[in-house]
Design a protein around this ligand. Sequence first.
Ligand code: HEC
Length: 259
Amino acid sequence: MKPKNSIQTVFLLASVAYFFAFVMTLGTSCKHEPLLDDLIMPIDSTDTLDTLIVVDTLPMGIPCNPDSIYFEAQVLPILISNCAKSGCHDVTSHEDGVILDSYANVMQTADVEPFNIDAGKLYEVITETDPDKKMPQPPNAPLTQEQVQIIANWILQGALDLSCNPNFGACDTVNVSFSQTLQPIINSHCKGCHSGSTPAGNISLENYSAVKTMALNGKLYGVISWSNNFSNMPKGGNQLDSCTVSKFKSWIDAGVLNN
Ligand code: HEC
């Protein structure tokens, strides 16, 4: 009987010791809860850029579905040229803690509620009627109805980071029209900064004749091809895909037509 008792005693002591050790661990782990600051640290936007370049250089990629909203191609350019500007929501200024320069930062800082446009802040501020709260703030122009709709549909589709290849199969640099092919790209990727009474760099890209001037002096192709001696445009954004850059080049080489 005795040995059994001492085994039981040892077992009991070990259990008590183990219990105290366990409680101590609990105590310490509580003190190591992540700080809020760690959780909302913005993600380095170059991470996203690297991933994108890989996707962009795939020979085929995925063909675009006209019913889907593609974040990098459709939503991000609107945010970059209207919101992620210096003094507003770029990574340096981060007004109200909101950074709108990449998918990761938008999802972390802009209060987007996937599938629900009424719950998050992003859709609310762009459709706000109170001029003090409406974004973008003057002198920046408000978003167009089409741009608001793109953002709404993106949220309603789950606020995903989908990507596709708009030139799936082939890159057509022959049939390039200013109004059909190039102007929509300028409107979504450049105009937010290069329009209005005080356009960025004092350069307007609002209409054909303004774009023509920049095409003829070589600056347009210089900035979109990220050539040395030129600023990289869109400023703070991803480079236009190589097929789109080739389309601009073929339009310039063909004589900058208003077609
Ligand atoms: C977020 C704002 C922003 C966006 C978006 C943007 N730009 Fe700019 N752009 C600027 C600023 C600021 C300057 C002047 C300072 C500089 O050169 O970096 C500038 C300068 C330029 C210049 C003159 C460069 C030179 O060397 O003189 C051209 C041309 C230009 N942008 C074209 C474009 C085109 C084309 C797009 C779209 C594909 C675009 N920009 C998108 C802010 C922007």
